[in-house]
Design a protein around this ligand. Structure first.
Ligand code: NAP
Length: 176
């Protein structure tokens, strides 16, 4: 990668039309095609995640996301990193380290993968939002903030698969 190549910051999430994203520190749905898309988009990239979502991933998979470096944002300062996990004490610091690693590896996109607190804090730095829009009303306890897509324009939209638990669409938003 040339020095001039910029590393983009992308948010990747699924939300209902009323912006519910989670329940009981887990996803309120099981959408296999969306999970495969998550894996395909993030494979080989650096991901930035909040401590609560990180723990949710560990309890679901029993290990960190394979094939990706995970940067966990936590106020529990001084935790040593282990394996593919690096701890950072703020969102700006996490994004800065993520972009540096990504650029050093010759790649150009880091992904913020939640949850609500981390999306909200990273939003001002986001270039792109990959949004899986779930066409349903679902009970939840984690939401995106009101008006969070202000300042972004819809750049792409694709129907999701038929025959899963809920219907959904893949949307991509770009800043501006
Ligand atoms: N639908 C989706 O696409 C999607 C994706 C991801 C997650 N989720 C859902 O989102 C929910 C979790 O979201 P959440 O908001 O509760 O938690 P979160 O954003 O995953 O993590 C919150 C934690 O991040 C750390 N943190 C937040 N702001 C910080 C700051 N400024 N400086 C340092 N550390 C900071 C704190 O960790 P410490 O307490 O350790 O200090 C805080 O407790 C779950 O239900 C999850 O399933 C949904």
């Amino acid at each position: 990668m040339s020095e001039a190549t910029r590393v983009r910051t992308s948010l990747l999430l699924a939300a209902t039309e009323d912006d519910v994203i989670g329940r009981d520190n887990d996803l309120p749905w099981h959408l296999p095609t969306d999970m495969r898309r998550f894996k395909a988009l993030t494979a080989g990239h650096v991901v930035v995640v909040g401590r609560r979502t990180h723990e949710s991933i560990l309890s679901r998979l029993g290990r960190p996301l394979p094939g990706r470096i995970t940067i966990v944002v936590t106020r529990q300062a001084g935790r040593p990193g282990e394996g593919p996990i690096i701890y950072q004490s703020s969102v700006p610091a996490a994004l800065s380290v993520a972009r540096a690693i990504e650029g050093f590896a010759g790649r150009d996109e880091v992904f913020v993968i939640g949850g609500a607190q981390i999306y909200t804090e990273a939003l001002p730095e986001a270039d792109t939002v990959y949004l899986t829009r779930v066409n349903a009303h679902v009970e939840g306890d984690a939401w995106m903030p009101k008006g969070w897509l202000d300042g972004f324009r819809l750049a792409d939209k694709e129907h999701g698969p038929a025959g899963e638990e809920l219907s959904y669409a893949f949307e991509r938003y770009e800043r501006g």
